[in-house]
Design a protein around this ligand. Structure first.
Ligand code: ZN
Length: 140
């Protein structure tokens, strides 16, 4: 008997829901820092390691912290909530979609995942990579 499928229901989050708050690499000390998009066009980088608090204008953003190369390509996430969403999607064997899914809302985070990240045969590798990315936050 096969185990019950793990269900995942795409909540329809878009990358935009996450991009106003991201974990980035501190431009000063290279450790983990927080990037907050406050009031456009201003945003701010805050680093607890070195005390950096820098206001940035325009669209510039330091490189994301949550990035990991795999044999297939790079996996990345804006923050832990985004990473968790990706993890739940990758771990799920049965993926549900809202009816409107195919009608213009194709930009949900998980729908934007590269095809190789969604393949069942890559699942274990993806989950290992995601867990490593998550661990780098507490270590960093
Ligand atoms: Zn710093």
């Amino acid at each position: 008997m096969s185990p019950a499928p793990v269900r995942f229901h795409d909540p329809g989050s878009t990358a935009y829901d996450f991009c106003h708050s991201a974990l980035v690499r501190c431009p000063r000390c290279d450790r983990i820092a927080h990037f907050e998009r406050t009031a456009r066009p201003e945003s701010r980088v805050i680093c607890r390691s070195c005390g950096l608090s820098r206001t940035m204008t325009g669209c510039s953003r330091p490189p994301l912290w949550l990035r990991a190369g795999t044999r297939h390509g790079e996996l990345w996430a804006y923050n832990l909530a985004h990473l968790d969403l990706i993890r739940r999607f990758v771990a799920a064997s049965l993926r549900e979609r809202n009816p409107w899914y195919e009608h213009g809302r194709k930009m949900t985070c998980v729908a934007r995942l590269p095809v190789w990240a969604k393949r069942a045969r890559n699942r274990d590798e993806m989950l290992r990579t995601i867990d490593r990315m998550r661990a780098s936050v507490t270590a960093g």
